[in-house]
Design a protein around this ligand. Structure first.
Ligand SMILES: [Zn+2]
Length: 796
């Protein structure tokens, strides 16, 4: 899924009259209170890890909303600013992340101005400090100016934050520790945000909205659990439990959709409202809780949407408070357009996993009913329990035999290839037509000399003609894809146990990506073609290999990694991609032999070592555990290259450390132990370590994870050696020298020693900033001594 999105325009959903709507409107229309403008000196605002000093300037508060003042603007009176923001990340990784953006591991910045939004007791805390300094006085002479300057910004930001602020303001008890967000302006860093949100998975987030080549990014400088949440993890927001989804969707002839989604919802704490997420392309028009109308509050905000992974949060406010532990039937009516025609009735589904209301991704059963134009096919997970056509409308209903994490769908004018393998059914759909973007264009071609003319003079006109190459056949690989997906599924099931659902549908999507949902895979239309058209293939051979060999197996592998086993947080999601991609490489190794796998690993290495505009390698953008935060304005390629490429290399290195048998037993154990559960990076480290051969160096893999998972760097390694003594008392003395990485970098590198008779000794050497020497006793002279002959360590 894409982390960034183009700056979306603010869309206003119709609101029914009600408390939440009134509060939200008041937030959007809020302005500053000219009677609440002060000359201020030395005020402090401390929120968890965030410290703000308003040393010298003017402060104006907003008018009250729901009885509370929820905003303030501060403007420094001193040239260059006299306010200060301090945020100290609690660990090395976050300090490092911050440093890549602001050249400092800590945020300590002088500011010119700040706009605050808050739902806690921040107003009272600021006002209580007023008597501390006689200079703190009302400043009516500045009130009009500040109001005029800052009210538009307040309203602008209020639109995006309205649902989130409303959620807190509905809580009539008042919050001690409510949300606080500050939008700061500093001479050095420009505009940046720091937010404390007690409802966030990581409550402290600092970052900046930036644009690069017309694309908006929210660069997350640092993100971490706030101090009191670090001390007491039970403070963490309890989750609402969702189960038993029933969705009725109508796809209209113009491809818009009208959907009714019903789901059972059990809150784990009392509350006036419940938060859900949905694609910004869907508008929730109505909601009911236990058949009684509830209020819906949906807004769009780039900043908020990007922090929450591109989705729109919306609130449902029932007529009565929700009680913890009680189960409610929620019903949503939503409509919008998530299907686009890419030409010739080849369709693109844009919101594949977010076309209905979600709260995180939770395991649930699904009953899916689709009504759609009868000339199309519509595929979705689950078994078909109803299928009939009346007039121009076909109705298909599916039920999942077990709980799945997400229900996607796809549609088109399909040709099918269906294969049964034991308990599994694979249904591969191909578009009958080719989308517009892949249609060949006429090319001007300079032809060879006409036959019979041997000597062409320079003055002769060139022989130019227009040629349209033959169109590729979008069904060319249908049969072979079905065979490959079925084989990949069988191979993986033999290694990891049964897939998430016994029926797997593979369907095409225009674009250069794939996505593997439970029981339904989207596969780039490029993977259906015999020869992938040239101009799209920037990566040359490895791209060709990826679309023709790897992608379908990668998406098939997500039936396990991501759908049976899930990730604990965004910091652990790399595991799903690395495991899926390496499973695909393992299948390729079995079906095609090791050469293609080596070519893929080599091309991943080149992509990791490629240099960006700043002269730094793509790898150095940040450690793999930053997940989607790697898709930032500094190096937009980083997320993809590091997650897939470095992720595959991490698995490859573990395999070389363990040996094949132990490595595959380890993967089987991950699939078994974390079936239906979330896997964290540390869980994976501990489990992998338990599969290392006895007496391995770095037995807990702590150093391995520190360098490759929590850190960056790709070393250059060089081996020198000499054989000393006389047989049978020989000693091989070797040295491995490391360069091109920081002083604290250390890796395990294998040295392979072949002796006569074919015997091989592998010596693992721990490298470091000083050359690492090692000694191996030998009875006879070595035939060959090689550093890392089997891609056991990622190196230059
Ligand atoms: Zn993937």
């Amino acid at each position: 899924m894409r982390w960034f999105l183009a700056l979306a325009l603010v869309s206003q959903a119709p609101l029914t009259a009600g408390t939440a709507a009134d509060i939200a409107r008041a937030i959007r229309e809020n302005g500053f209170d000219r009677d609440e403008c002060y000359r201020v000196r030395d005020l402090r605002l401390v929120k968890e890890d965030l410290r703000i000093f308003l040393a010298d300037g003017h402060l104006i508060f907003s008018k009250p909303v729901a009885g509370r003042r929820i905003a303030a603007a501060f403007v420094a009176d001193v040239e260059g600013g006299d306010g200060e923001v301090i945020l100290l990340p609690p660990d090395r990784a976050e300090r490092r992340s911050l440093a890549t953006y602001i050249d400092s591991p800590n945020l300590d910045e002088h500011i010119r101005s700040a706009l605050f939004l808050f739902t806690g007791d921040d107003y009272d805390r600021l006002m209580s400090q007023m008597p501390n300094n006689p200079a703190n006085q009302k400043a009516p002479e500045m009130a009009a100016l500040l109001d005029e300057q800052w009210s538009p910004a307040l309203r602008n930001i209020g639109v995006g934050f309205a649902p989130r602020l409303t959620l807190d303001l509905l809580d009539t008890g008042g919050l001690k520790n409510g949300l606080l967000t500050g939008l700061f302006s500093s001479p050095k860093l420009g505009n940046f945000d720091v937010t404390f949100d007690p409802m966030g998975d990581e409550q402290m987030v600092a970052g900046q909205v930036t644009a690069r080549n017309g694309i908006a990014f929210f660069d997350i400088w640092t993100s971490f659990a706030a101090r009191s949440f670090r001390m007491d993890p039970t403070l963490h927001r309890p989750e609402v439990v969702l189960r038993d989804y029933r969705i009725e969707a109508t796809v209209n002839p113009d491809l818009s959709m009208n959907v009714v989604t019903r789901v059972k919802v059990r809150p784990t704490m009392d509350g006036a409202a419940e938060v859900f997420e949905i694609s910004p392309q869907m508008t929730v028009t109505e909601a009911f809780v236990d058949s009684r109308p509830a209020e819906v509050l949906q807004r769009d905000s780039v900043r908020v949407a990007m922090i929450h992974g591109g989705n729109n949060q919306f609130l449902v406010v029932p007529s009565e408070k929700l009680r913890a532990g009680q189960e409610y039937e929620f019903e949503f009516h939503h409509s919008g357009k998530v299907i686009y025609d890419a030409g010739d009735r080849v369709f693109y589904v844009s919101s594949r996993g977010t076309w209905y209301p979600l709260h995180g991704t939770q395991f649930s059963s699904y009953d899916l009913l689709f009504r759609f134009p009868k000339d199309l096919d519509l595929v979705a997970p689950g078994d078909v329990v109803e299928d009939h056509t009346e007039g121009d409308v076909r109705t298909t209903r599916r039920r999942t035999p077990s709980a799945i994490r997400i229900a996607a769908f796809n549609l088109g004018n399909y040709e099918h290839a269906r294969l049964e393998r034991g308990k599994f059914v694979v249904d591969v759909c191909a578009n009958k037509a080719l989308e517009r973007a892949l249609q060949p264009r006429p090319e001007r071609v300079t032809t060879a000399l006409p036959p019979g003319i041997r000597n062409r003079r320079a003055s002769d006109p060139l022989n130019e003609v227009q040629v349209t190459p033959p169109a590729p056949d979008p069904m060319a690989r249908l049969r072979s894809l079905a065979l490959e997906v079925a084989s990949a599924l069988e191979f993986m099931a033999s290694k990891f146990g049964p897939p998430t659902l016994p029926h797997l549908t593979v369907s095409p999507i225009p674009g250069t990506f794939g996505q593997g949902f439970p029981g339904l895979v989207y596969l780039s239309t490029l993977s259906y073609l015999k020869n992938v058209p040239g101009p799209r293939m920037e990566g040359g051979e490895s791209q060709q290999l990826f679309f023709q060999e790897v992608l379908q197996a990668h998406e098939t592998a997500h039936q396990w990694w991501g759908n049976r086993v899930s990730a604990t947080s965004y910091r652990d999601y790399w595991l799903m991609e690395a495991l899926a991609n390496y499973s695909a490489l393992a299948y390729m190794e079995k079906s095609k032999g090791p050469r293609d796998v080596e070519a893929m690993l080599d091309s991943y290495r080149s992509e990791l070592l490629a240099k960006g505009e700043n002269g730094q390698t793509v790898d150095s953008t940040g450690p793999i555990v930053l997940g989607m935060r790697l898709e930032n304005s500094q190096e937009p390629r980083a997320w993809r290259t590091i997650t897939y490429g470095k992720g595959s290399w991490i698995m490859q290195m573990l395999r070389q450390r363990m040996g094949d048998e132990r490595f595959y037993s380890m993967l089987a154990e991950v699939a078994r132990r974390y079936d239906g559960k979330a896997l964290s990076t540390e869980d994976f480290r501990a489990l992998a370590a338990s599969f290392l051969p006895p007496k391995s160096q770095d037995p807990k893999l702590e150093n391995f994870f520190e360098q490759w998972v929590y850190g960056t760097g790709i070393p250059t390694l060089k081996l020198t050696y000499a054989v000393k003594g006389a047989a049978p008392n020989l000693r091989l003395v070797g040295t491995v020298t490391q360069s091109d990485v920081g002083d604290d970098f250390t890796a395990q590198a294998p040295v392979e020693i072949k002796v006569a008779g074919g015997r091989t000794i592998t010596q693992w050497v721990t490298t470091g900033s000083t050359p690492a020497t090692f000694t191996v006793a030998l009875k006879q002279a070595p035939v060959r001594v090689t550093l890392d002959p089997h891609r056991g360590v990622l190196r230059r």
